[in-house]
Design a protein around this ligand. Structure first.
Ligand SMILES: *[C@@H]1O[C@H](CO)[C@@H](O)[C@H](O)[C@H]1NC(C)=O
Ligand SMILES: *[C@@H]1O[C@H](CO)[C@@H](O)[C@H](O)[C@H]1NC(C)=O
Ligand SMILES: *[C@@H]1O[C@H](CO)[C@@H](O)[C@H](O)[C@H]1NC(C)=O
Ligand SMILES: *[C@@H]1O[C@H](CO)[C@@H](O)[C@H](O)[C@H]1NC(C)=O
Ligand SMILES: *[C@@H]1O[C@H](CO)[C@@H](O)[C@H](O)[C@H]1NC(C)=O
Ligand SMILES: *[C@@H]1O[C@H](CO)[C@@H](O)[C@H](O)[C@H]1NC(C)=O
Ligand SMILES: *[C@@H]1O[C@H](CO)[C@@H](O)[C@H](O)[C@H]1NC(C)=O
Ligand SMILES: *[C@@H]1O[C@H](CO)[C@@H](O)[C@H](O)[C@H]1NC(C)=O
Length: 903
């Protein structure tokens, strides 16, 4: 027991800091620029830690039961206090005392039921007071007496049974009093006379079941400009009574929508004769019968709504007297039953003749059989006429259809949804002022010859979209050269091939919509000369072939010259190729849509001229990689990008640059994490592109460099090794020569007298006979030659090495007689050759002469004697001449200086 208590104390202690925490964090109000928003926070108390300089405090949608004045002392600067949607049941006068500047107080949707004289006593600066949706059923005495500045008072949706809000004159500045949805059954003068000094722009009494208008009830109000009595079951007789009560008031706006006014006659509005009524709303009344001259009493009326009624017949005097109406709404005004032709609504000729000032006429969504020859006669100021879905049978528009509008300065004519199937020549010829013609959503099926638009000298926009089948010729728009907007969406244009193009004379065209036509054939001159074109819609066609490389005659560049184009839509055309130069002229393009095509690879520099592009859409293509050389220029100023649903290849080469760009861009890319998924490689399939880690890719650039350096170093190394292997001997040999020269073993420019022998002959022992046979004849031929022949000139048997050295030294040249035998002769190999070469290096490279008796490859020579042909000048190398005569050459070589060349 004791332990349990202790445990409870501990746990309470443990919770204590938590509670302090939650108390101090309970206030999650957002404060911006002196506005504190504390809505939707389940508050039970007014926060006490907001900045004291706030002017707006929003406490809506909380659980406040009271607004204790003390809690507001710190917010004395408040101008607006919104305490709506709480459970406040009582308001203390001190609240306004603490908020002297309060202008707007909103207490809607609370539980206030009683207002006393003191409740708002100190709220003297209030201009707006909202008390709707409380449970105020009765107002006693004068709770609003001090609201001299009040402009708007809303007491709708309470249980008030009377309009009486006070017993003395008050609310002299009130402009709007809203009392709709209460339980007011009667308007009595004594219950409205507290408004005697007010001029009400709007007295809203809708949705009260008012059954009585006592005499003078509106006259006790200072001035009444607007009365709203919608949704009351007044019926014709009470309406008439209402109007008679309104006689001689300043009433201007009267709204009587949905009051079951099924019939009106020449007496209904009689009372309004003595008013300046300008606006009358009779919509939603099931109104069936309009007696002649019913509106004769409303000469000042300007805005008149009869929409959503059930009028069966409009006669030539139904609208008599509406001389000032500017704006007439007849949308769904006429009876809808169309079982038989007899029950269709009837509009007599000349019905509108009285409406001399009418500018705007809306007759949408009716079931009128057709246009009679004088139907619209007399509408001499009509500018806007909507006949959308107005007629049941208007198949063919002839040159007579709109004759009754010939004297109207009509600017806009809307003929959509009328099942029109044909426009005959001159159908609009009497509508010379027309600027906008909408014949979209019909069933027009014809070749446009251009005569249809005859007479439309001021036309600006023709809307032809959504028709059955149109065929264009070169003359289709010949008669409307000023046209700026032409809409031809989904009109079954298969091809536009005529030459010149149907658009060739539309030099002012700024918008052209050719979408949803399945167009497959156009030529590159179709849009030629449309230099002002700003918006071009070509989506949902079949233009893919035109941009293919393989297209006969090359790609068709139909966008060339459109230098002012801002918006281009090419979605859903099956494009799988884009010629690189296709957007070249479109330097002002702001938005391009290429979504829903089959594009995979975009050529580099494709968008190089689209520097001002703001929006790019490439969603649902087959793009796998987003490369810098394609997208970098165009991404620079982009504010919106859509590349969702492409099969991205999440590898460094394909999307690393893209992901890095996404991470630092301010461009708006929606659904990034759910609609931008990797397709390949396999292990990334289905992962968001944004999760792709670019860190490993960052190092790839240095790696590449390193790789390149490594490779080149390796290649150079291999080259050097090979070079040294094959040509290295040259270096070591010439190095040797150089060293000896530099170190002072000067070439002995010896005089011939210094040498005992002309040449020392090195040969293999086995070749001694050949040498004897061939060289001694030379000596005989030329007496100045003296060879050193070992067999002859050495003392017999004295083959000492020293003697050889000496002899070599005493010879001007050294002749190598090179045979296979020499290569194998050990003495020659090791000693003589080495010594001879050494001497040559020290003295003169020309002193060695190689005489080849056999053809011996260089490598064998090198291998056996460490000699190469390349070490000696070419004239010091000779093959022993086959012909005897040429042996003299050898003598020559032995004589001449080093510069001599053998011929
Ligand atoms: C309101 O007061 C707070 C301090 O309570 C101050 O930081 C803020 O700058 C003030 N705001 C304005 C708009 O004066
Ligand atoms: C207070 O907040 C509610 C809900 O957020 C909003 O509807 C209401 O307009 C706000 N009141 C004021 C005075 O801004
Ligand atoms: C609000 O006032 C009440 C008394 O009127 C007081 O008990 C309460 O602590 C106050 N709350 C705040 C948040 O100031
Ligand atoms: C009404 O507001 C003004 C400032 O706009 C102020 O001087 C005056 O005292 C306020 N009136 C009352 C009754 O607090
Ligand atoms: C109203 O119409 C009736 C006939 O329907 C006619 O006898 C009467 O004179 C008309 N009243 C006025 C004021 O025009
Ligand atoms: C209607 O307006 C005219 C002038 O605009 C004015 O003289 C006349 O008093 C007004 N009638 C009523 C009933 O307010
Ligand atoms: C309408 O066209 C027909 C010929 O198609 C012509 O006879 C008639 O005069 C034209 N009507 C008008 C009002 O131009
Ligand atoms: C014609 O009326 C239809 C239906 O109200 C509307 O959607 C369309 O925008 C109108 N056309 C023009 C050019 O205003």
């Amino acid at each position: 027991m004791k332990q349990a208590l202790l445990y409870q104390i501990y746990s309470l202690l443990g919770l204590l800091p938590l509670c302090i925490l939650c108390a101090s964090f309970s206030n999650k109000c957002t404060v911006t620029h002196k506005v504190a928003d504390c809505s939707h926070l389940k508050l039970t108390q007014v926060p006490d830690d907001l900045p004291t300089n706030i002017t707006v405090l929003n406490l809506t949608h909380n659980q406040l039961r009271r607004l204790p004045p003390a809690n507001f002392t710190r917010y004395s600067k408040l101008l607006v206090l919104d305490g709506g949607f709480n459970t406040i049941s009582k308001l203390e006068p001190g609240l306004c005392q603490n908020l002297p500047l309060l202008k707007i107080l909103n207490l809607q949707h609370n539980e206030l039921s009683h207002l006393s004289d003191k409740t708002f006593m100190f709220c003297m600066n209030l201009t707006e007071l909202y008390l709707m949706s409380n449970s105020i059923q009765k107002i006693q005495n004068n709770p609003f007496r001090n609201q001299k500045n009040l402009i708007k008072l809303d007491l709708s949706h309470n249980g008030l049974s009377s309009t009486q809000l006070g017993t003395q004159l008050q609310l002299e500045n009130l402009q709007e009093l809203l009392l709709s949805s209460n339980k007011i059954h009667a308007l009595r003068s004594e219950e409205l006379d507290f408004l005697g000094n007010s001029s009400l722009q709007k007295l809203e009494l809708s949705s009260n079941q008012i059954k009585e208008f006592s005499p003078g009830c509106f006259h006790v109000i200072g001035k009444l400009f607007g009365l709203f009595l919608n949704n009351a079951q007044l019926g014709p007789s009470l309406t008439e009574k209402l109007c008679s009560e309104l006689a001689n008031t300043s009433i201007q706006n009267l709204s009587l929508s949905n009051i079951q006014l099924y019939g009106i006659s020449n007496t209904t509005f009689f009372g309004l004769k003595q008013t300046n009524l300008t606006m009358l709303d009779l919509s939603h009344n099931n109104l069936n019968v309009i007696g002649n001259d019913s509106f004769a009493w409303l000469p000042h009326l300007k805005y008149f709504s009869l929409e959503y009624n059930n009028i069966a017949h409009l006669s030539s005097r139904s609208f008599y007297g509406l001389f000032n109406v500017r704006h007439l709404n007849l949308k769904r005004s006429f009876t809808k039953q169309s079982i038989s032709l007899a029950s269709l609504p009837k509009i007599d000729d000349f019905s509108f003749q009285w409406l001399k000032c009418l500018e705007y006429l809306n007759m949408e969504d009716n079931n009128i059989p057709g246009i009679k020859s004088s139907m619209f006669t007399g509408l001499i100021n009509l500018k806007y006429l909507s006949l959308s879905n107005t007629f049941t049978s208007l198949q063919t528009l002839t040159n007579e259809t709109f004759l009754s509008l010939a004297h109207s300065p009509l600017r806009v004519l809307n003929l959509t949804r009328n099942k029109i199937s044909k426009l005959e020549s001159g159908a609009f010829s009497c509508l010379g002022y027309l600027e906008v013609l909408d014949v979209g959503l019909n069933e027009i099926q014809q070749e446009l010859t251009g005569q249809e638009w005859r007479g439309l000298g001021n036309i600006f926009e023709i809307y032809l979209s959504y028709n059955k089948y149109l065929q264009l010729t070169s003359n289709s728009f010949m008669s409307v050269p000023g046209l700026q907007r032409l809409m031809l969406r989904r009109v079954g244009l298969k091809s536009i091939e005529g030459s010149p193009s149907p658009f060739h004379n539309l030099h002012n065209l700024t918008i052209l919509d050719l979408s949803n036509n399945n167009i497959a054939n156009i030529n590159d001159a179709m849009l030629e000369g449309l230099e002002k074109l700003e918006i071009l819609d070509l989506q949902h066609n079949n233009l893919a072939r035109l941009w293919k490389h393989a297209n006969p005659g090359g790609p068709v560049l139909f966008l060339k010259g459109l230098s002012h184009l801002h918006i281009l839509n090419l979605e859903s055309n099956g494009f799988d190729e884009i010629p690189v130069e296709v957007f070249k002229d479109l330097s002002e393009l702001k938005s391009i849509s290429l979504g829903l095509n089959n594009l995979n690879i975009l050529p580099p520099s494709l968008f190089d001229h689209q520097k001002s592009l703001k929006s790019l859409n490439l969603q649902k293509n087959l793009i796998t990689s987003v490369e810098k050389n394609v997208f970098e220029p165009v991404f620079q100023n982009l504010t919106y990008l859509d590349m969702s649903f492409n099969p991205f290849d999440c590898t460094c080469e394909s999307i690393a640059w893209f992901v890095n760009w996404i991470n630092q861009t301010h461009t708006n890319i929606s659904e990034l994490s759910s609609h931008y998924l990797c397709n390949t490689p396999h292990q990334s399939h289905g992962l968001p592109v944004t999760l792709f880690d670019t860190a490993p890719c960052k190092d790839s650039a240095p790696f590449e460099l390193l790789f390149m350096i490594n490779t080149s170093v390796l290649l150079i190394f291999i080259f050097i090794v090979l070079f040294i292997h094959f040509e290295g001997w040259r270096f070591s040999f010439y190095w040797n020569v150089l060293v000896h020269r530099v170190l002072g073993f000067k070439e002995v420019d010896a005089q011939p007298e210094q040498f005992e022998y002309t040449a020392y002959i090195i040969h293999a022992y086995k070749d001694r006979d050949w040498v004897w046979e061939n060289f001694s004849p030379l000596e005989e031929k030329d007496r100045s030659l003296k060879f050193c022949l070992e067999e002859r000139d050495f003392e017999a048997g004295v083959l000492g090495l020293e003697a050889i050295v000496n002899s070599i030294k005493r010879s001007r040249k050294i002749i190598f007689v090179i045979t296979q035998h020499l290569l194998k002769d050990p003495l020659c190999k090791r000693f003589k050759v080495h010594h001879a070469v050494q001497q040559a290096i020290e003295q003169n490279l020309d002193s060695i002469i190689l005489v080849f008796l056999e053809d011996i490859p260089d490598y064998k020579l090198n291998h056996a004697l460490c000699l190469r042909r390349g070490m000696f000048r070419s004239h010091c190398i000779l093959s022993w001449p086959a012909q005897k005569e040429r042996t003299y050459d050898v003598i020559l070589i032995l004589h001449v200086s080093t510069t001599y060349r053998l011929p």
